[in-house]
Structures are given as C-alpha cells and as structure tokens.
Write a protein that binds this ligand. Structure first.
Ligand SMILES: [Zn+2]
Length: 87
C-alpha cells in the first residue's frame, strides 16, 4: 500500500544568515521553530529553507536565534499547488 509519508520538517535546510554556514541543530528543533512561527509542519516541503540570524558557530552566546522561513521554489510543484487549493 503506497502510504505517502508527510514531509519531515527536520529535513528542511537551515543556513546561518550571519556567517553563511549550514546550521545543524538538534533533532526536533525545526519542528519547534515552525510551531513558534505558528506554521504547520505539514505545509512544508523540500522547497523551503530556514535562515537563522546567527548560529552556535558565529554567535555561540545566543541561546535562541531569530529564524525566517524562505521559499526556494515557485509554486509549480505539486505540494505548493495542494497548499494553494486548501481554503
Ligand atoms: Zn553563523
């Protein structure tokens, strides 16, 4: 049976906007960030990335970082179309 797994928000690429390095944060953090932002993880797919204003490498004294969700691709992908259809 072809069960379609929902996109795992932990797979969203996270980059530090300050130093440009990929940010690897602990498991579950991305989901947490999305919840803070009031976004359902189910809305995300691989066409999103997260920009973090700071990371443990360049600003290790910060415990929390301001993050921005960035759409990488246009809504020509099926997931984007599905989102647009939801009213
Ligand atoms: Zn950084």
């Amino acid at each position: 049976m072809g069960t379609i797994k929902p996109f795992d928000p932990e797979l969203v690429y996270v980059e530090c906007a300050a130093c440009g390095q990929p940010v690897l944060w602990e498991e579950g953090k991305t989901t947490e960030v999305l919840e803070w932002a009031g976004l359902s993880p189910g809305l995300l797919d691989a066409g999103w990335m997260i920009l973090s204003e700071g990371c443990p490498q360049c600003t290790p004294r910060e415990e929390y970082y301001v993050t921005h969700l960035v759409r990488l691709v246009r809504s020509e992908d099926p997931a984007g179309a599905a989102t647009a259809k939801a009213r």
